[in-house]
Design a protein around this ligand. Structure first.
Ligand SMILES: [Zn+2]
Length: 292
């Protein structure tokens, strides 16, 4: 990346990859050279007092655009809303959540429309981890019903923190979780005009009082906790274990750090896309008669 201010992902170098900006002539030209397309998925959810509600959408879109440039594939328009039910906090407004079934239907219809036009391999890439369970169902439904080969790619900062351990500083401070070191770094890179650095604070999750003795809440997940070291899942809302909406340490964030982390992660994504481009896929059902 040469430009460290890609707010709105509107840089000129991305334009020819953005289906939102193409006429059918350009879409047709893309289809003549590839049957692979990326669908970015994000979320609108509070990310503490310092980051914009759309940071996962920025991540979802930006990662796809960077990988598209490197792998030479088109990118469908961003689905900006996601499954964010546990971020619906009474006192920290801004989250707009889409129910699992609604999100499934939207992503499924996007997939069917792309298949109708001739795409055979679809990569749903999410900037928000909690969309993954829905995406799993979408890619399975699309494959069973149409024959299209569909993938779920996570711009998953928890994984990033493992794969970029040499680039992060706060390994013990949930670097990959909500509004922490990696997400705050990304925001400083892709949407710096929407970041309120003066509001950065370090905050780690606390164990809710109602949990049985022996329980620990050590992650930003809306489900996971440990009972005497054993992993257990329960449906929690974020405000039960986190006061400000930050789960990590954004004070360690920087745009330069994001540039290095995301260069490595988008190169890996592009390498993967180049690997799947030659796969031959036979579509069993291209029409979309249920589109009424
Ligand atoms: Zn996020």
């Amino acid at each position: 990346m040469n430009n460290v201010n890609a707010q709105c992902c509107n840089e000129e170098k991305y334009l020819k990859y953005r289906m939102f900006d193409m006429s059918w002539v350009e879409v047709k030209e893309w289809l003549e050279k590839t049957d692979t397309v990326i669908v970015p998925v994000g979320s609108i959810e509070q990310h503490g007092p310092a980051l914009p509600c759309g940071v996962d959408s920025y991540a979802g879109y930006y990662v796809c655009l960077e990988a598209a440039v490197k792998a030479d594939v088109p990118v469908a328009p961003l689905m900006p809303y996601g499954y964010s039910c546990f971020h619906m906090r009474p006192n920290e407004p801004g989250t707009i959540t889409i129910r699992d079934e609604t999100l499934f239907n939207v992503l499924y219809d996007i997939g069917r429309s792309l298949i109708f036009h001739g795409f055979k391999k679809i990569i749903f890439s999410t900037g928000h981890t909690s969309n993954s369970a829905t995406i799993d169902r979408v890619i399975r439904a699309l494959r069973y019903e149409t024959g299209a080969l569909c993938f779920g790619w996570a711009a998953d900062t928890e994984v990033f923190s493992t794969m970029c351990a040499d680039l992060i500083e706060g390994a013990d401070q949930l670097p990959g979780w909500h509004a922490g070191e990696i997400e705050a770094s990304l925001a400083m890179l892709v949407c710096p005009d929407s970041v309120h650095k003066e509001r950065f604070v370090k905050e780690l999750p606390h164990t809710p009082d109602w949990m049985p003795e022996g329980s620990t809440k050590g992650s930003g997940s809306g489900f996971g906790f440990e009972y005497k070291g054993f992993p257990v899942r329960v449906a929690m809302d974020q405000q039960e274990y986190d006061d400000s909406g930050i789960a990590g340490n954004p004070l360690l964030a920087s745009a330069e750090k994001a540039e290095k982390i995301y260069e490595r992660m988008t190169s890996l994504f592009a390498e993967f896309i180049k690997g799947i481009k030659p796969i031959q896929v036979e579509i069993k059902k291209r029409d979309f008669p249920e589109r009424y």
